[in-house]
Ligand binder design. Sequence first.
Ligand SMILES: [Mn+2]
Length: 143
Amino acid sequence: MDYGALYNGYCSDMTRTVFLGKPDQKLEKVYKIVFDAQITAAAGVKKGLKGKDIDMIARNIIAREGYGENFGHGLGHGVGLEIHEEPRLSMAGVKMMKNGMVVTVEPGIYIDGLGGVRIEDMVVVKDNEPVILTSSTKELIVI
Ligand SMILES: [Mn+2]
């Protein structure tokens, strides 16, 4: 579920993945990999880094687990007056993180014929201590 709200002209964006019934073991493992990539990359949102540096944190974790080919989009994007704006957190992201920027961190893994997982939070750049704005749980949820 990928959604957001608009408040006083400013956008928000978040994504959670839930399972309808007990997940396939492989998908459960994929969830853990995406979760690990998400929290590690979110913790790596720091002033002075380029978008591609942060993208690489998540991409390395996912590739190390053998799913590099299944993460086919950028890690995230700026959010503000537009839902998708600079700075881009992608392999092509050359803009530097500055204090007060709000970006998303949303790695994903998608497997043909099986399913996919994406987890997205919004993060504020604040020196070396990123502030996570999205407070919804990221525990694996089965409904
Ligand atoms: Mn987004």
